[in-house]
Design a protein around this ligand. Structure first.
Ligand SMILES: Cc1cc2nc3c(=O)[nH]c(=O)nc-3n(C[C@H](O)[C@H](O)[C@H](O)COP(=O)(O)OP(=O)(O)OC[C@H]3O[C@@H](n4cnc5c(N)ncnc54)[C@H](O)[C@@H]3O)c2cc1C
Length: 423
């Protein structure tokens, strides 16, 4: 791997997501060697992936090179590799580019898409977990518009213009709203040979309301926003199967669609090699104590989405969102320094800053502990929080410019099929 040998203790971080980069930043330029490994050479700001899918932003404004994050960290190294196995007895990790040893290992591998074992859905639907997947969705939407414009029959045209999004959580709701804006603002202008009325956006949610993790106020408000935008919301609806054209559900609803976007769930992305009791099987997350130490290991830690830390308040672990990952990354950094200095560790206490989702222009919902609201002010807060959370000044400027341009012009500028998607 060509990492220089040193007398400093080596902390090996797997995963450059929110948890991994906050840990790496906290450990910068300390008396330790940090090695960060990720299978991508960039950090992905996943909350804005849906804007790449819906032509609102280019991927380079939500992704950030990992080497750039650590460029001023003198004792830190990055390697582009997929981690394949952990050998805890040897204090080693096997990767696609060779083996590497560690003194302390931190697993920050996040989650992967969960298809709940349905092969038809896995093979034919579009996931949205990575930048390439978001670009695939963007290409497919635009290709469908082009194909609909030359379709021979009404049925064929409708299948190209029917967009089915499964999962009414924040991701599904935000994407449905963004695709509805494409229909309302872009289709009538760019595709005068198509009738926007023929385009349908269906949002399918298994629970009785959209945004189930948020308050009823947020659910009701966002359902109304979606309706105003023309999205057809189907609650209590599970997809049974999808063969690439026909969507069957647990109800009478059967849809014909060339596009099914799967935003219905994630499961942990663990690495092979640890004892069975380290992993909570049904969640695929590592069981950790209040210091993020993985069950039965003193030198292996897990943070972020992949870690399951239970407490009285969070009996099923913290929500798999950015804030617990950021806060755990920062605290573990300080705790590892304490551990090396043989000082007592501090337990993790999650500071819940609330949750929010945007449905479209001037339409968002915010749940704070004391106050819940929706509409323009919520939308403004949503934009501000997401802008400030982006990694890198350049990315913030580009996103701000794009949002301002889109707002003034009712436009989505990134309507480019750069890499055509082949089903
Ligand atoms: C579409 C979408 C929208 C979201 N919207 C929001 C939102 O609005 N607000 C919010 O708070 N949260 C949101 N989330 C959730 C949030 O993004 C996650 O909670 C957060 O990214 C978790 O951070 P993490 O560091 O644990 O994992 P991740 O950010 O997922 O990072 C994991 C990293 O590990 C790397 N990796 C994984 N396995 C390996 C391996 N074997 N070898 C090498 N590298 C590996 C991956 O490449 C990745 O870089 C969203 C998630 C998605 C998918």
């Amino acid at each position: 791997m060509n990492i220089p040998k040193s007398n400093l203790p080596r902390i090996l971080i797997i995963g450059g997501g929110f948890a991994g980069i906050n840990l790496a930043k906290t450990l910068a330029n300390k008396n330790i060697q940090v090695v960060l490994i990720d299978k991508h050479n960039y950090h992905t700001f996943q909350p804005l992936l849906y804007q790449v899918s819906s032509s609102g932003l280019e991927p380079d404004s939500i992704a950030y090179p990992l080497r750039k994050i650590i460029k001023k960290h003198k004792t830190s190294f990055f390697r582009l590799a997929e981690v394949e196995q952990i050998l805890p007895e040897d204090k080693q990790v096997l990767t696609s580019i060779g083996a590497i040893s560690y003194d302390y290992l931190v697993l920050a591998t996040g989650t992967k898409t969960n298809y709940f074992g349905n092969k038809g859905i896995e093979d034919n639907s579009m996931p949205m977990k990575t930048v390439p997947q978001a670009l695939n969705i963007r290409s497919l939407i635009l290709q469908n518009f082009e194909k609909a414009a030359i379709a021979d029959s009404k049925e064929e045209r409708e299948a190209y213009l029917n967009f089915v999004i499964v999962g009414g959580g924040p991701t599904g709701v935000e994407l449905a709203g963004a695709i509805a804006e494409l229909k309302n603002n872009i289709l009538p202008r760019d595709y005068r040979d198509l009738n926007a009325i023929d385009m349908c956006i269906h949002l399918l949610e298994g629970a009785s309301r959209v945004l189930p993790p948020m308050s009823e106020h947020a659910s009701n408000k966002s359902a109304q926003f979606l309706k105003d935008l023309g999205v057809q919301v189907h609650c209590n609806t599970f997809v049974k199967d999808y063969d690439g054209l026909t969507v069957t559900t647990n109800s009478d609803l059967v849809l014909q669609s060339e596009t099914l976007i799967w935003a219905a769930g994630v499961t942990g992305a663990p690495v092979l090699g640890l004892n069975a009791d380290a992993l909570v099987e049904n969640a695929n997350r590592y069981s950790v104590n209040e210091y993020n130490q993985v069950e039965s290991y003193s030198d292996i830690f897990a943070i972020g989405d992949i870690a399951l830390m239970t407490s009285e308040e969070y009996e099923r672990g913290h929500p798999q969102v950015a804030q617990p990952a950021i806060q755990q990354g920062k605290l573990l950094g300080k705790n590892l320094l304490r551990l090396i200095d043989k000082k007592p560790l501090k337990p993790f206490i999650y500071k819940d800053k609330g949750s929010m989702a945007t449905i479209g222009r001037n339409k968002a919902v915010v749940d704070l502990k004391a106050y819940k609201f929706g509409g323009f002010f919520a939308w403004f807060i949503w934009m501000f929080v997401h802008l400030m959370s982006l990694v890198g000044f350049r990315n913030r400027v580009i996103v701000l410019f794009n949002w301002t341009y889109n707002y003034i012009n009712f436009d989505k500028a990134a309507r480019l099929i750069i890499r055509p998607f082949k089903k």
